[in-house]
Design a protein around this ligand. Structure first.
Ligand code: C5P
Length: 395
């Protein structure tokens, strides 16, 4: 997020409706958005850069070869809060769906992680062509908000679905998108991810199969909705979500220290990490000889979540995860109660399922109502569903 949370990049495609986007720029500004326009080179045949520069009072670039020293595709991607592409032609939609990066706009799209909205406008035959239909479905699957064009008179004499919507209709959809993506602004969220490791000797440890993908997906989703995120990461080999504050830990004890620092001031704790239930009673200073390896005496680790319950302040939300192989719901229900949680996600990990995968499935259980079945879906989708529930409880 930018400092204002109102930075908006308007991508303009090469359709005749480009002239209508001049009005859209004005109306967006009326709504408080700080607009930067990135036209495709083809769109300059309809509306030139001078129009956009005059309307926005900002420089306008179309190619990555302009102002190269400023690396514009990355700086634009990082400084905008929302991207709206209006109008989007069939060709532009196809290029985005394919992940092409052949002009500045498509480069920025690939480099940015902010919410994106597309406003298509084209002849009805092009809109209804199976290639466009498939490309639009791909983009919706990837999380783009794609408006349906309006039905009516087109540039020629034809009538059908393809008209560019009025500015007010576009802004109404954008307002919904913004509301959904800023519902955690100002909230401090602590997410634990990965799996703790308990050292046996300088070489060996007791660990588990958690990859950290679900915790990182939650951190990313919370960032995209405006939260301040502290990610307590245990032994994950994943890229840190941009904007997250990270504390790297290895053992349960280190995770406990990090939680003691960050839990008191957080609004929400999402305890996604798989915490080792026990550690070796004695940590051997030297590597244990194979011949001396008869057995390892273990001592139970503290239950971090359960111990934090006593410090929980009114309004703080605590979320747990339960990986189960049998009696999924009853076991998770018991953990929800024993650990004093607001909600818990129970997933069936029998046969090693879920670990390391991009997909998940299970049940969301609540302290105050019936649960929700989560059919097989991406960990990103679960992250947002879980945050929807958190937002609901934060009031
Ligand atoms: O291991 P268990 O199934 O009890 O884990 C359920 C939840 O409790 C998870 O959210 C996990 O992060 C947390 N937990 C914990 N401290 C432990 C074990 C688990 O906070 N020692």
């Amino acid at each position: 997020m930018s400092r204002t949370g109102r930075e908006l990049l308007l991508g303009v495609g090469g359709g005749i409706a480009a002239y209508k986007s001049a009005d859209l720029v004005r109306r967006l500004q009326d709504h408080g958005y700080l607009v930067t326009v990135v036209p495709t080179p083809a769109s300059l045949n309809f509306v030139g850069s001078a129009t956009w520069e005059a309307l926005t009072n900002r420089p306008v670039y179309t190619q990555v070869w302009e102002s190269v020293h400023e690396v514009p595709h990355i700086s634009l991607a990082q400084s905008t809060d929302y991207i709206v592409i209006a109008p989007a032609t069939a060709d532009l939609i196809a290029r985005i769906a394919q992940g092409r990066a052949d002009d500045l706009l498509t480069n920025v799209l690939l480099a940015s992680s902010c919410p994106k909205m597309i406003v298509p406008s084209m002849h009805p035959n092009m809109w209804l062509d199976p290639a466009t239909v498939a490309n639009v479905a791909t983009l919706r699957d990837r999380g783009f908000t794609v408006m349906n064009p309006e039905v009516g008179r087109l540039t020629g004499s034809d009538i059908g679905a393809g008209r560019f919507p009025e500015s007010a209709a576009i802004i109404a959809v954008l307002t919904q998108l913004v509301a959904h993506n800023s519902d955690l602004i100002g909230k401090n969220i602590v997410v634990t991810a990965g799996g703790t490791r308990e050292a046996i000797d300088p070489v060996r440890f007791i660990g588990n199969r958690s990859s950290g993908k679900q915790g990182y997906a939650i951190a990313q989703a919370a960032l995209s909705r405006g939260a301040n995120v502290r990610l307590i990461s245990a032994n994950c080999e994943l890229a840190i979500p941009s904007g997250a504050h990270v504390t790297q830990v290895e053992s349960t004890e280190q995770m406990q220290v990090a939680l003691a620092e960050y839990f008191p001031s957080c609004d929400v704790l999402i305890m996604c990490a798989a915490v080792a239930d026990a550690r070796p009673k004695v940590l051997s200073e030297n590597k244990i000889k194979k011949s001396d390896f008869d057995s390892i005496d273990l001592i139970a680790n503290p239950d971090l979540l359960a111990s934090l319950t006593h410090q929980k302040k009114p309004g703080q939300i605590m979320v747990g995860f339960a990986a189960e192989t049998i009696d999924l719901k009853s076991n998770a229900q018991a953990k929800l109660k024993d650990k004093g949680l607001d909600l818990i996600f129970a997933n069936d990990v029998s046969g090693g399922a879920v670990f390391g995968s991009d997909q998940t499935a299970g049940t969301l259980l609540f302290c105050d109502g019936p649960g929700i079945e989560i059919l097989p879906t991406s960990k990103d989708t679960l992250a947002h569903e879980l945050l929807n529930q958190v937002v609901h409880r934060l009031g």
